[in-house]
Design a protein around this ligand. Sequence first.
Ligand SMILES: Cc1cc2nc3c(=O)[nH]c(=O)nc-3n(C[C@H](O)[C@H](O)[C@H](O)COP(=O)(O)OP(=O)(O)OC[C@H]3O[C@@H](n4cnc5c(N)ncnc54)[C@H](O)[C@@H]3O)c2cc1C
Length: 485
Amino acid sequence: MTGRHSSNSDTPMGVGGQRGGAADVPSPLVDEFASRLRGQLIRSGDPGYESARRLWNGVIDRRPALVARCDGDEDVVAAVNFARDNKLLLAVRGGGHGVAGHALCDGGLVIDLSEMTRVDVDPEACTVRAQGGCTLGDLDRETQRHGLATPMGVVSATGIAGLTLSGGMGWLRRKYGLSCDNLVSAKVVTADGNLLAVSASENEDLFWAIRGGGGNFGVVTSFEYRLHPVGPEVFFCNVYYPANRAREVLQSCERYVSGAPDQVGPLGVLGQVPETEEFPPESHGEPYVALLALFPGNPAEGERALQPLREVTEPICDLSGATTYTEAQKVLDDDYPDGGRYYWTSVNAPGLSDELIERLAEHAAAAPSPDSTIDVWYQGGAMAQVGEEETAFANRSASYLLGIEGNWEEETDSAENVTWVRDTFADLRSFSAGGIYLNFPGFLEEGEQLLREGYGGNYERLSAVKVKYDPANLFHLNANIKPKS
Ligand SMILES: Cc1cc2nc3c(=O)[nH]c(=O)nc-3n(C[C@H](O)[C@H](O)[C@H](O)COP(=O)(O)OP(=O)(O)OC[C@H]3O[C@@H](n4cnc5c(N)ncnc54)[C@H](O)[C@@H]3O)c2cc1C
């Protein structure tokens, strides 16, 4: 881990005085707190402590004093009250897949929802309520029993909580919008320990804020989403071309997207061919540009609809085929093993010029780790039909999001991988009209400029909502919105 890489500061940035570790909290108080929980309070040194402080991103190495593994809303209320009353640093963990590792703190208390994974589908109303510790896989498994789904991300182990609170982009984004666009209601424990129901008709300001404003406003114990008919059989496009055809491939896809209905939300990926048996040996290590897309309806119709993406030029390899929606949601899972090392960021881009594509291909080929990629998210469709101020999620009108993913294994390789991400980011910024995606958080620790770009024109309104629900900035380990003074 490099200094730059790990500097997601745990220092309280808000008002309300210094918060710290649990060392100063008398142990009878801690015991009393533990006795009130239905779930488990894990202390430093307890069996299970080491696994409780492990996150998906192996770069993150922090030692909380206490981990409250909550079992139900009342546990979360008790934990928020305990942290606030004892002036503890407070981190909130949903699926533990936040790249910056804000779900852990040094000292202090972690509210860990990983045991809260209940999912209740109402097939008549076409809604689902899922607890805040669910992964995408937990949710898809239950909703797909009814041939239904709500838009989520593209890796099944990701948590629904962090993903939804900062947007949520996946294969269905152009057809049904972002995860946060499909939120119908939620239950939120705010800094004063109240459990609030939020929806379009209750605590509307908070409902607006949690659809894009991240974990700034409280702990969401459950989310209710709108469901859509999806699958269970779908067609999935997964085709790899040589990167020297990147311009043709990415611009063909651009034409396809602008001509196609909003059914399909493709992802372009630039990387280096892995040494696995699916790929011809002579291609191993060569730069590729891939097109991935999911057609959510009938597979035969999907095969026809996605065919243009598969015949741009001679592919290296075409792994496309009919599959189930839940399997399609796992296609990328193996690329992101637990405990690997990760450093990601993103840039919005208005278009895909020849020059930009050339630079994407150059940077991807120069990545020091063969596992790193640059991803091109084709946006628009349903996610752009929601007004910029309708939810807190900003930057909806950008045509492209460029994700820069540094993915590597060994700590000794950290410095060069972080440098690659940062240099690539600096270069690609020159093609951007501003804006980043707060679920791929990058260098937020370096100041407010990027963070404000992430929240766009909604920052001031978010800051006012923050004053109302968290004036002392108890929830500050996140892409932090300062309470408006
Ligand atoms: C492998 C991988 C694939 C991904 N793919 C996509 C993708 O396809 N699309 C996409 O949009 N994003 C994607 N992301 C980004 C992802 O959305 C974020 O990393 C998100 O923060 C993960 O949420 P989590 O609950 O797992 O994370 P956590 O680390 O548990 O939480 C992240 C932050 O969210 C807040 N938070 C978490 N739970 C709660 C809660 N219950 N209440 C209040 N605040 C909470 C906290 O501030 C916390 O620090 C991916 C990330 C990974 C690691």
